[in-house]
Design a protein around this ligand. Structure first.
Ligand code: PA5
Length: 438
């Protein structure tokens, strides 16, 4: 079960009873998330689908994923923002760091399914021509399947990438149309038109689920299942969190939302989410979008930034320790992270590391976390830590829902609609004007 250790951050509150005084507003925001009475209350489908799990859909996704896994060397996922970050986050967290030269050999930390999975690649999340050219060259000679994911079907980055990839696939595979799966709105958008002509397999994105809240719909679940990850455990981990976090008492999501809001009101402007296990960095990317697009409106909201330690302690660590004191820091940690390599002893000890001989790297990394949390708190950064038991599908499902619930409550505390992103349209308008879109 997820656990929030917020004591070090609470010590930074100007008034000791700040959270008690905030309590009625937090509970009202929480109730609005539960009953849909807040702004954007018609976009709570991400909760509805956990209230009434659709096992038939999960089975259908597993069947499609099995077909892809059987036949594909590569599954290319085309999407941007909420249409790729969730899948990438979970896949990065739950698949091996390194792929063996033969896909059949592998790392014992992962199940058979993850070891034998196709490589999952991403496109359509930017518009680099060099990337696309090199990607298509890399794909040559491999058995490729494509999952194109766009709720609107009109987003330029994935739409353009799909045009290139579709032609590439059609030139190489007689059964190209069978190799393409679209995930999109039930009715709207260009992908529905293409699908009607080509007969692609299609999954629907429920209209009441926004992109950044869609990881537990086919948007995230198909790529995740194709990667060999147990999507049922992931989904039901989220269901467990959905049920547990419905109660206002002893609710870590409410505590997290309240604390970051109270600190924001005191003038803190940035929240850093820091991980010590690189495979969790993708969760940071997903979290960044979830909080950035949900809260960054009307000149309000903490700026969310994700860091990967200890790597970034050697770059941004200096700023965290001694830069402007407007940062709060949330560590995302796992009790069991698989890092049980032991430091070997050497006779001569020329590198002077024998004091660590016999220790696991997990222990060393843990001391780095404890030392960093201590030093940053001493240096004036309110720190808190979110603990998972393990990096596994169930706990990750819990974590996804935890953040979704927390961000909705947080945005309501700020008086904002968590489910729209009006600011994103401004750059699009300016870009499309320049491109001469009719
Ligand atoms: O959270 C959101 O709604 C956005 O980030 C979208 O997911 C992103 O813009 C992609 O949109 P679409 O799926 O319509 O291509």
């Amino acid at each position: 079960m997820l656990r929030l250790d917020a004591a070090p951050a609470r010590a930074f509150l100007d008034e000791a009873d700040a959270l008690d005084r905030l309590r009625p507003r937090v509970e009202a925001a929480h109730r609005a998330v539960l009953d849909g009475s807040g702004q954007g209350g018609d976009m709570l489908g991400w909760r509805r689908l956990l209230r009434a799990p659709n096992d038939a859909l999960l089975e259908d996704l597993e069947t499609t994923a099995a077909r892809i896994r059987e036949d594909a060397d590569v599954l290319l996922c085309i999407g941007i923002g909420g249409s790729y970050l969730g899948a990438k986050a979970v896949i990065d967290a739950l698949t091996p760091y390194f792929r063996a030269p033969s896909r059949r050999a592998g790392n014992d930390l992962f199940g058979e399914a993850a070891r034998n999975a196709p490589e999952i690649l991403f496109a359509g999340h930017h518009m680099s021509g060099a990337y696309l050219r090199e990607l298509l060259a890399y794909l040559d000679g491999q058995s490729v399947y494509v999952n194109v994911i766009s709720k609107s079907g009109t987003t330029l980055e994935p739409a353009l990438a799909f045009r290139f990839v579709r032609r590439w696939l059609e030139e190489r595979f007689e059964d190209a149309n069978r190799r393409i799966v679209v995930t999109t709105d039930p009715e709207q958008g260009a992908l529905n038109a293409l699908r009607a002509e080509k007969g692609y397999k299609k999954y629907e994105i429920p209209p009441d689920v926004g992109g950044r809240f869609s990881v537990l719909t086919p948007v995230g679940l198909l790529p995740i299942a194709a990667a060999g990850i147990d999507v049922r455990s992931l989904f039901y981990g989220a269901v467990a969190a959905f049920e547990r976090l419905a109660a206002p008492e002893d609710n870590a999501a409410l505590e997290y939302a309240a604390l970051r809001y109270a600190l924001h009101q005191q003038g803190y402007g940035t929240e850093v989410l820091a991980v010590f296990e690189p495979r969790l960095a993708g969760i940071g990317g997903w979290w960044q979008q979830l909080f950035g697009e949900s809260e960054g409106k009307e000149h309000r909201g903490l700026f969310p930034a994700t860091l990967q330690y200890s790597t970034d302690l050697h770059s941004l660590g200096q700023y965290l320790q001694q830069g402007r004191r407007t940062l709060i820091e949330t560590f995302l940690m796992a009790e069991h992270d698989g890092g049980d390599l032991r430091v070997p002893a050497t006779e001569a000890d020329l590198d002077g590391l024998n004091y660590l001989a016999g220790q696991t790297l997990r222990h060393v990394n843990r001391q780095a976390y404890e030392g960093t949390a201590h030093a940053h708190a001493e240096g004036g950064v309110p720190v808190m830590t979110l603990w998972m038991d393990r990096i596994a599908p169930g706990p990750l499902g819990e974590l996804l829902y935890f953040f979704e619930h927390a961000v909705a409550v947080s945005a309501y505390l700020l008086g904002l609609n968590p489910f729209d992103q009006p600011g994103v349209e401004d750059y699009k308008r300016a870009m499309f004007n320049r491109l001469g879109r009719p």
